[in-house]
Design a protein around this ligand. Structure first.
Ligand code: 5GP
Ligand code: ZN
Length: 117
């Protein structure tokens, strides 16, 4: 069922506490933690605690939680004192998605080129 934890999902394991992470913020519905392989001085992942496979599925299946995730990206940026930052939802393997649990990358603390690679 949509939203149920998946045994084989890395980020469900982070939510469940069986894989450690450096958590920077937590709400009832979301978790924000540092990416293990940071691509910028600030690189934080904001995820829904519920399992949804990507951003589009999250928006369709749990729109309120999708809004919570977006609100938390701003909260992370504020805490990290980022004036400018980028929110990325890689969607599909061709775009670099490797973990099939919706997550927003919050990237900042350096110049960010546009268009991205
Ligand atoms: P994607 O490539 O799916 O958009 O993003 C997945 C992200 O998860 C990558 O940036 C990767 O570095 C990060 N990641 C993968 N495994 C772990 C882990 O065990 N802990 C943390 N904190 N991040 C991870
Ligand atoms: Zn999951």
């Amino acid at each position: 069922m949509a939203g149920e934890p998946q045994d084989d999902c890395l980020f469900c394991k982070v939510v469940g506490g069986t894989i450690p992470a450096t958590i920077v913020r937590e709400t009832e519905t979301t978790l924000a933690f540092r990416d293990i392989n940071p691509q910028a001085p600030t690189h934080v992942l904001v995820i829904p605690k519920e399992h949804h496979r990507d951003a589009a599925a999250l928006a369709a299946e749990a729109p309120q939680i999708a809004a919570d995730v977006l609100r938390e990206t701003q909260a992370v940026a504020d805490e990290e004192q980022l004036e400018s930052y980028r929110i990325v939802f890689n969607t599909g393997s061709g775009a670099g998605q490797t973990v099939w649990h919706a997550h927003a990358h919050v990237l900042g603390g350096r110049g960010l080129e546009w268009p991205p690679g």
